[in-house]
Ligand binder design. Structure first.
Ligand code: PGA
Length: 285
């Protein structure tokens, strides 16, 4: 069993899931499971008080299921990480960071390392979110360095990929996503890649209210899973969780989650309201 799964087990401190609460797959005569995972990316929102009350609201509303039948994470801005970690201390909700730098320490003004994030209580870190790629200008190579450093430092990366509208319209979705996955995971062996959660987030669906249809999302998720099978092996491809992100909300979460290869949701806007985020968590079970 790889280290990342042990980390996840310790977050969940688990009580067994029921058959209906996890997706099951038969592979080589063996059942493998992918537990649902819902993460809320708060982006550059909230303040010190608001971040704690949002965390409290999510913890309260999801108390019965978080960590049991669904893994839950919140991803606040850096400056509120420790306050949110404290607020969630008694819960089974993990905390993640929105970004990190790949160097361990030194003269990198403004950057934050994996050890600092771990010290602050983070379990997850987003790598290659589309706003980092397209607003800040991060390349596939930089994202790869971050994913690699996150894993070496003991964090679980949520590695984001997704095509822009013009790329979808030019039928380049598979090509773009394949390139991002291959370059983003370059140099990582199967053991290391098992620490990764992939998030497919079509750029045209992020913050636009325009969600990919469940079929559109499923097609890309299945393509990514097949690619993982080619890059690594069938077991890794079946085990790795692939989240969908892009205008996920209470009204569409259940139908997205019904798709075979959609294992969870990375939620932006709707994660800023505790009731909406809790409704999404419940829809994922
Ligand atoms: P959204 O953001 O849910 O507001 O579209 C998703 C994301 O950027 O992760």
């Amino acid at each position: 069993m790889s280290v990342p799964l042990l980390i996840q087990t310790s977050i969940n401190k688990s009580r067994g899931e029921t058959a209906g609460q996890v997706k099951k797959f038969r592979l080589s005569g063996k059942f493998l499971m992918r537990k649902a995972f819902v993460a809320g990316n708060w982006k550059m929102n909230t303040d010190s008080q608001g971040s704690v009350s949002l965390a409290d609201g999510v913890a309260c509303g999801s108390m019965d299921i978080a960590g049991r039948s669904v893994d839950v994470a919140v991803i606040p801005p850096f400056v509120y990480l420790q306050a949110v970690v404290r607020a969630l201390n008694q819960s089974h909700i993990a905390v993640g960071a929105q970004d990190m730098y790949y160097e361990e320490k030194g003269a990198f003004t403004g950057e934050i390392s994996t050890s600092m994030l771990k010290d602050a209580g983070c379990i997850y870190v987003l790598c290659g979110h589309s706003e980092r790629r397209h607003v800040i200008g991060e390349s596939d190579e930089l994202v790869n360095k971050k994913v690699t450093a996150a894993i070496s430092g003991g964090l679980l990366p949520i590695f984001c990929v997704g095509e822009k509208l013009e790329e979808r319209e030019a039928s380049q979705t598979n090509e773009v996503v394949t390139r991002q996955v291959k370059r983003g995971l370059a140099g990582l062996d199967v053991e290391k890649v098992s620490a990764v959660t992939i998030a497919y987030e079509p750029v045209w669906a992020i913050g636009t209210g325009r969600t990919a249809t469940p079929q559109q999302a499923q097609e890309v998720h299945a393509m990514i899973r097949k690619l993982l099978g080619q890059m690594y092996d069938a077991q890794l491809a079946e085990e790795l969780r692939i989240l969908y992100g892009g205008s996920a909300k209470p009204g569409n979460a259940a139908e997205l989650m019904r798709e075979q290869d959609i294992d969870g949701l990375l939620v932006g806007g709707a994660s800023l309201n505790a009731d909406d985020f809790v409704a999404i968590i419940k829809a994922a079970v």
